[in-house]
Design a protein around this ligand. Structure first.
Ligand SMILES: NC(=O)c1ccc[n+]([C@@H]2O[C@H](COP(=O)([O-])OP(=O)(O)OC[C@H]3O[C@@H](n4cnc5c(N)ncnc54)[C@H](O)[C@@H]3O)[C@@H](O)[C@H]2O)c1
Length: 455
């Protein structure tokens, strides 16, 4: 848990006032029942729907940019932030301004839940700390919305399964990749039976040297924080596979290497800002040119010593930039997955082969040529002509996926025809593939999912 340092200075008087008002209303209501037989006009009016009370733990870029500011801007009639928590009190205070809330900030999670009484906690800390906050929030009586990956170790997966079972609270995992336009179309085609039974899948993910390198500057570069990119990044693709195939992974085999970043560098320093090699480093990056990142990270460094622009060539980096994973599913389907974090272009290539046809999808995220569409899907039946489905996407919010995900979570009664809602099972299953892959690399053997947790 976060250290028990309460950030009293940032607690706003208006929020203190709202707590007092709630206490007053409870007391006044009780007195009213006892002494009055004549209901007032106000008592006869239908009660205004209570807003869902949200608290956030982990007020970094994702928390602020995807779950803070847009939620305040678009769902204010449905939800309200009642508290923010982060180990770094300065970042929490900066985040509060960026989100546009006057909710109090905390560094002690339990104190936050006790005092602010949220209905739902949004967990957006670094990956390896998700599990402890998920379990704690569930056990303190809250529902939870957790960023991917749900967890980074098998022990954490078991703790979450146990806490979820014992509390019966709601746990949502925010797999926004299920809301990608291309991923949704693929699911639609599969549900329509276009390929018949799925026999085999190849899924390649490639991050370019802008996006890929960024993981090696940040906390993600250490397995103890991220569980490696096979937990942090591939949790999206492993979840998509589980969802598309509508099957459970049984066994995982993997190989990985660190081929470009970390110890492979020709030189190294601490941060890009301090670096004496920046004139000749292909990964040199000036964080101070980004006002938002400067406020959120550079100006908060004195609190936690976290450098958002650390050297991608640090010697201690222990995650892979290149990996291949094979997954066998209980349906019999066989999957080949690959991840490359230093490619010359960015996107995904997917091939699904089935008994009645084949789907090919190419997701063009960034490349030095102009593709005909942002996403191209080709459907090739075993008999008859093939057809192409071009899809163009929004530039912002992961191609519009984040907006669709937020609507699905915060708009009551939203339909879910493609089964995009993801709960504890989906979250655990996706993480377990990454965890099994890392174990497989370390132990040089296939790893069975059933050996990792007891359901
Ligand atoms: N779904 C997506 O597309 C997507 C995109 C980006 C990030 N994410 C996820 O969002 C989460 C946050 O990522 P980010 O990019 O915002 O990282 P970040 O470094 O910007 O933010 C993480 C925050 O967590 C805080 N923190 C660290 N340890 C903590 C602890 N023990 N208790 C409380 N706070 C703690 C840090 O101080 C920081 O403010 C990660 O889990 C990441 O995987 C998801």
């Amino acid at each position: 848990m976060a250290e028990a340092i309460r950030n009293g200075a940032s607690r706003s008087t208006s929020s203190v006032g709202s707590v007092h008002r709630r206490v007053f209303m409870r007391q006044a209501g009780a007195i009213g029942v006892a002494i009055s037989t004549l209901p007032s006009a106000a008592a006869l009016a239908p009660p205004a729907a209570a807003k869902r009370r949200l608290a956030m733990v982990g007020t970094g870029q994702r928390g602020v940019g995807s779950w803070g500011a847009p939620v305040v801007a678009s769902y204010a009639e449905l939800v309200e932030f009642v508290a923010l928590c982060d180990v770094n009190p300065e970042r929490a205070a900066v985040a509060r301004g960026m989100i546009g809330t006057d909710a109090p900030t905390f560094t002690d999670f339990d104190a936050m839940v006790r005092e602010a009484k949220p209905d739902t906690v949004i967990v957006t800390t670094i990956d390896s700390r998700h599990a402890e906050y998920v379990c704690r929030a569930l056990r303190l009586g809250c529902d939870v919305i957790c960023e991917k990956p749900l967890c980074t170790t098998a022990r954490q997966a078991q703790d979450i399964l146990d806490a979820h079972k014992q509390t019966g609270r709601q746990l949502t995992v925010t797999f926004n990749a299920r809301h990608d336009a291309g991923a949704m179309k693929v699911k639609e085609l599969l549900l329509a039976g276009e390929v018949g039974e799925i026999l085999q899948v190849t899924y390649d993910e490639f991050l370019d040297r802008r996006h890929g390198a960024d993981y090696f500057r940040r906390w993600h570069a250490f397995a103890e924080n991220s569980g490696t990119l096979l937990c942090h990044k591939s949790s999206h693709q492993f979840d998509q596979l589980n969802w598309w195939l509508d099957a459970a992974p049984v066994e995982v085999t993997a190989h990985g290497r660190l081929a470009v970043y970390g110890h492979n560098g020709p030189f190294r320093h601490t941060t890009c800002r301090a670096c004496t090699f920046k004139q000749r480093c292909e990964f040199a990056w000036d964080i101070t040119r980004d006002e938002r990142l400067t406020k959120l990270y550079v100006e908060c460094e004195d609190q936690d010593g976290y450098f958002r622009d650390a050297c991608v060539y640090r010697n201690g980096i222990d995650i892979h930039d290149t990996a291949v994973v094979q997954i066998r599913y209980d349906s019999g389907a066989l999957v080949n997955y690959s991840l490359n974090a230093a490619a010359p272009c960015e996107g995904e290539m997917l091939v699904i082969n089935g008994t009645r046809g084949r789907i090919e999808m190419r997701n063009f995220d960034r490349q030095p040529w102009k593709p005909a569409a942002d996403i191209e899907i080709r459907v090739i039946p075993t008999a008859g002509a093939s057809r192409v489905i071009p899809i163009d996407t929004d530039d912002e919010d992961h191609g519009g996926a984040d907006v669709r995900l937020r609507d699905a979570i915060f708009r009551p009664g939203a339909a879910d025809p493609l089964g995009q809602r993801a709960g504890v099972r989906a979250g655990v299953m996706s993480s377990l593939i990454g965890i099994a892959a890392v174990n497989s690399m370390g132990e040089r053997r296939p790893v069975r999912i059933a050996d990792l947790v007891a359901w």
